[in-house]
Design a protein around this ligand. Structure first.
Ligand code: ADP
Ligand code: SF4
Length: 690
């Protein structure tokens, strides 16, 4: 198909200093969990984006010297010449597809703890980031930088920029964002220096200018020099000479940069989850930049709609359409627009599972795209699958995320696939969950698969079809995949932090009851020790439906795990604004006489809350009865023509949607594969030259 001429503007080249991006699609620097210990995975992961049409593909954060050590978080290094080859693998891979390669050179300043290098952290005035979450806490405060430290920083940036050029990069960054060192100079909270680097805005930007100039000199006209800068805080600070300090900074630095990469200041706003922010949420902060500078500007905003992208360019907000998450969810997004296949774009759902991978210090995962990070390790390409290796037919029982992804990938391989779904519609857990506050965008998991499956003549989907073991034995499929999901349990939670002790009674509910349409009496107590989104989303949902709601959790925060997905601050705000009472560090121990009894998690001190309905969002167990029934009749399977029965997704091990999609995809990839090829390849650092 031909490209829609409306989108032609997105395919115009853009000059960035001495280099030219072939189009406006710009895969911005983002954490991908792949350090220098995984050079081949990293190169393949980024090569796939270049192959998919991104005109520029960037690294994640690359430390310039050992005073910027973010361990145990997965950062890359360019500390010495031995690190060059590791990055060159990526630039060569990206260049094979005609894209430019950008490198985000980084110093974390007072936001990192140097846990491995054991060097003192450095910051402009000895101020540190003192996060309230243990993942980011440290016990050593930074050294206030003296003149030698400033000189050393500039030398490190210059040396790293020289190495970046040797590694083949086209764009070299100075990173003045998100609490990292150059940004710390920009804000008076971090910077109360009295020398030439503190005080006025002109003084506070000095270090950024010097870093830019040192980078420019180091790359000797061969690479563009980009500035990545957070503007949210500066934009709200008054200036005597401009509408805000952000305006002042951009005007002061305009001549020193080839490219502006503009963003927000904290991970929860910069990489905002769809539960709390819409596409294009950065615009109100960064919309002024292009008016102040003739240099190209790139920014992000979870852009997945080509019309929105065109709007950004036409309205003069951005020159280059930046993407981290949309390029993860669909590395082939630009190519699909180019080929007039917009409807094939696998749109990011804004769940932030990808960012949670970074917090977990592991290679990136994605709910929508199970192949991300697996390009080299398992040889999975996002758009290509191996053809079927047999004429087997496959029955997939259950059309939730696992069953749908499995059926789609099997169908693409060319297998004859039958999907049987008990419900009146496909989607599994998504049918209910996408109707809850803030989760509508998650419906893209279902919508995309529904649309793709409709085009496969070899996949039949039967709704309203609850299959028994007896029926499956009669159907004669070669392989049976059980994707029957999981159920929530009515278990309480012990001081040992283990779900235990079933609570029976007419006023005890689980999310499954709500999904089935149960009507609860007020006041409701939502008791959450699942710790992900479900507890807080249901509390919000019930409050918005007019219930009086209290939220109880043994954890220290509501939806405690959502610190990993950037949602936690907004979860607390949402509960607060819905009028929900919060009880943390509390276990429910009993329900009687219209009250629940709570015990403090550490002291056991008891309190009581009025409760007409207790909603327990805790343990989940696999719906494996059907699998068990087939296993019990194993001797009958061969005569029925069934060669295998396999559980996937929640029916195997209950998890988040990302786990279900991955599990379904893996089954489909591995069907009929030679078992010897099924272990994944293990990456390793490149040997150091001797
Ligand atoms: P997952 O996340 O693993 O895909 P879900 O719970 O979202 O799991 O989806 C499981 C789906 O399986 C549900 O839509 C459910 O209706 C369906 N299902 C469960 N048991 C059967 C069965 N015996 N026959 C057909 N469909 C079933
Ligand atoms: Fe988007 Fe979620 Fe995938 Fe991240 S994990 S790219 S937020 S769909």
């Amino acid at each position: 198909m031909a490209r829609n001429p409306r989108y032609d503007v997105l395919f115009e080249p853009v000059k960035i200093g001495p280099v030219t991006a072939p189009n406006r699609f710009y895969a911005v620097p983002h954490a991908a969990g792949m350090t220098n210990a995984m050079p081949h995975m990293r190169a393949s992961f980024r090569e796939t984006k270049a192959e998919g049409g991104w005109g520029v593909v960037c690294t994640g954060y690359v430390s310039i010297d050992p005073t910027a050590d973010d361990s145990p978080l997965p950062y890359a290094t360019l500390w010495d010449d031995d690190d060059i080859r590791s990055h060159a693998l990526m630039t060569e891979a990206v260049h094979r597809h005609g894209a430019l390669a950008g490198i985000e050179l980084w110093h974390g300043g007072g936001s990192v703890m140097n846990r491995t290098s054991r060097l003192p952290s450095i910051s402009p005035s000895g101020t540190s980031w003192m996060a309230t979450h243990v993942n980011f806490m440290g016990n050593q405060r930074p050294k206030a930088m003296d003149a030698d430290d400033i000189r050393a920083l500039i030398n490190s940036q210059a040396a790293a920029a020289r190495r970046a050029r040797s590694a083949g990069f086209d764009i070299v960054y100075v990173y003045a964002g998100m609490g990292y060192l150059p940004y710390e100079f920009l804000l008076p909270e971090w910077n109360f220096r009295t020398d030439a680097y503190g005080g006025s805005v002109a003084n506070r930007v000095r270090i950024v200018r010097e870093l830019l100039e040192a980078s420019r000199e180091a790359v000797a006209g061969k690479c563009a020099v980009a500035l990545r800068i957070s503007l949210e805080e500066l934009r709200v600070r008054p200036s005597e000479v401009a509408p805000s300090q952000a305006h002042e900074v951009v005007a002061l630095l305009s001549d020193a940069v080839d490219l502006w990469d503009v963003k927000l200041d904290s991970s929860p706003t910069d990489c905002a989850p769809s539960r709390f922010a819409v596409e294009g949420s950065h615009e109100k902060v960064i919309d002024f930049v292009k008016k102040l500078t003739p240099k190209p500007v790139v920014g992000v905003g979870r852009f997945t709609s080509p019309d929105t992208m065109v709007g950004q360019v036409r309205r003069g907000v951005l020159d280059l359409i930046g993407a981290a998450r949309p390029s993860i969810a669909d590395p082939f997004l630009p190519r699909k627009i180019d080929e007039g296949r917009e409807q094939d774009i696998r749109e990011c759902i804004g769940c932030n599972i990808c960012i949670s991978s970074w917090h977990d210090s592991v290679p990136v995962r994605c709910t929508q795209n199970p192949t991300i990070g697996e390009e080299w390790r398992r040889g999975w390409h996002p758009e290509r699958v191996a053809p079927a290796a047999s004429t087997s037919s496959v029955l997939v029982v259950g059309a939730g995320p696992a069953g749908l992804e499995c059926a789609l990938a099997l169908g693409r391989r060319g297998y004859e696939v039958t999907v049987a779904e008990a419900g009146e519609d496909i989607g599994g857990r998504l049918r209910f969950e996408t109707r809850l506050p803030g989760l509508a965008a998650w419906g893209r998991v279902l919508d995309w698969r529904r649309g793709q499956l409709q085009r496969l003549a070899n996949v039949d989907v039967y709704r309203g079809n609850r299959l028994s073991a007896e029926e499956i034995l009669g159907l004669g499929h070669t392989h049976v995949v059980i994707a029957t999901g999981a159920r929530w349990a009515r278990l309480l939670y012990s001081p040992l932090e283990i779900p235990v002790g079933e609570l029976e009674g007419p006023s005890v509910y689980t999310p499954d009851d709500l999904a089935a349409g149960a009507r609860l009496e007020s006041p409701v107590v939502v008791y959450d020790f699942d710790n992900y989104y479900m507890g807080s989303v249901l509390a919000e949902h019930l409050a918005k439906s007019g219930h009086g709601v209290s939220y109880v959790t043994p954890a220290g925060h509501a939806s405690a795990w959502t610190i990993m997905s950037n949602e936690q601050p907004q979860v607390h705000r949402a509960l607060h604004s819905a009028g929900i009472e919060l009880h943390t560090l509390s276990r429910v121990t009993a329900l009687a006489g219209g009250e629940v009894t709570l015990a403090n998690q550490f002291t056991d001190a008891a309190t009581r809350l009025p409760c007409a309905a207790l909603l327990i969002v805790g343990a989940r167990f696999a719906n494996d009865a059907l699998h068990g029934a087939l296993a019990a009749r194993a001797s009958e399977l061969p005569d029925a023509g069934i060669q295998s029965v396999t559980r996937i997704g929640d029916a195997l091990a209950p998890g988040a949607i990302v786990h279900a999609v991955y599990s379904g995809h893996r089954y489909a990839r591995e069907l009929d594969a030679d078992p010897a090829t099924l272990t994944y390849r293990r990456d390793a650092p490149l040997p150091r030259p001797t």
